[in-house]
Design a protein around this ligand. Structure first.
Ligand code: PGA
Length: 248
């Protein structure tokens, strides 16, 4: 059985004070849930959030990292730096990073491999643009992105990865893929993983949906057989809304 994982992606939002207050408010309300709970926050919030989340089931993740261990990479943060402060997860290849910060299939692969080799759980994003969807390229785009992300990763490590299918046209727009459409693409991604790694990995590996997930549509999405969680931006910013997502 795959354990669902509900993750907030705060993007570039919140002060340390607001973030810590959020974790304090959410902790008691998600205690004992069967769902894995993750908050991915900006770098400056990570250490205080790890501290605030101590002793709870709330896990703290970063939204990006570099694929090298160290060096002259001004402005970058390494896997070891994240581990040092107790971060457990890292989002890799979010569409906003692909779009604005020159993230490529190749860097997504390098980062995924680095995260796995260090013991961080990578949340690897894929998804098509509206143009690609309208051109009927949804599956070929996801296939390319997923195959590239997993290139050179063995079956043992692959199971650790969380994939997030996020159609770009659904992010922050209020437009959600229908739950059937989302499940259809996610089932297809599972098929790709089946081809790469066989049944055990494809049945164990978790694939989230992301893109305008809200408390009022989360249950329907989560009821789909292949959707194992959600990566949520806007609706993860308020404690009540985030708790409602976790307790779908
Ligand atoms: P959204 O963002 O929930 O605000 O659409 C999702 C994401 O970008 O991960």
């Amino acid at each position: 059985m795959r354990k669902p994982i509900i993750a907030g992606n705060w993007k570039m939002h919140k002060s340390i004070k607001d973030g810590v207050a959020f974790v304090e408010a959410v902790k008691p309300q998600v205690k004992g849930t069967d769902v894995e709970v993750l908050i991915c926050a900006p770098y400056t919030l990570l250490a205080p959030l790890v501290e605030a989340a101590k002793g709870s089931n709330v896990q703290i993740g970063a939204q990006n990292m570099h694929y090298e261990d160290k060096g002259a990479f001004t402005g970058e943060v390494s896997a070891d730096m994240l581990l040092e402060i107790g971060v457990t997860h890292v989002i890799i290849g979010h569409s906003e990073r692909r779009q604005y910060y020159a993230e490529t299939d190749e860097t997504v692969n390098l980062k995924t491999k680095k995260a796995l080799s260090k013991g961080l759980v990578p949340v690897v994003c894929c998804g098509e643009t509206l143009e690609q969807r309208e051109a009927g390229e949804t599956k070929s785009v996801c296939k390319r992105q997923v195959e590239a992300a997993f290139s050179g990763i063995d079956a043992k490590d692959a199971t650790t990865v969380v994939v997030a299918y996020e159609p770009i046209w659904a992010i922050g727009t209020g437009k959600t893929a229908t739950s059937e459409d989302a499940n259809d693409v996610i089932a297809y991604i599972r098929e790709i993983l089946l081809g790469l790694y066989g049944e055990e990995v494809s049945e164990e590996l978790r694939i989230q949906y992301g893109g305008s997930v809200k408390p009022n549509n989360v249950e329907e999405l989560m009821n789909q057989p292949d959707i194992d969680g959600a990566l949520v931006g806007g609706a993860s910013l308020e404690p009540d809304s985030f708790v409602a997502l976790v307790n779908f």
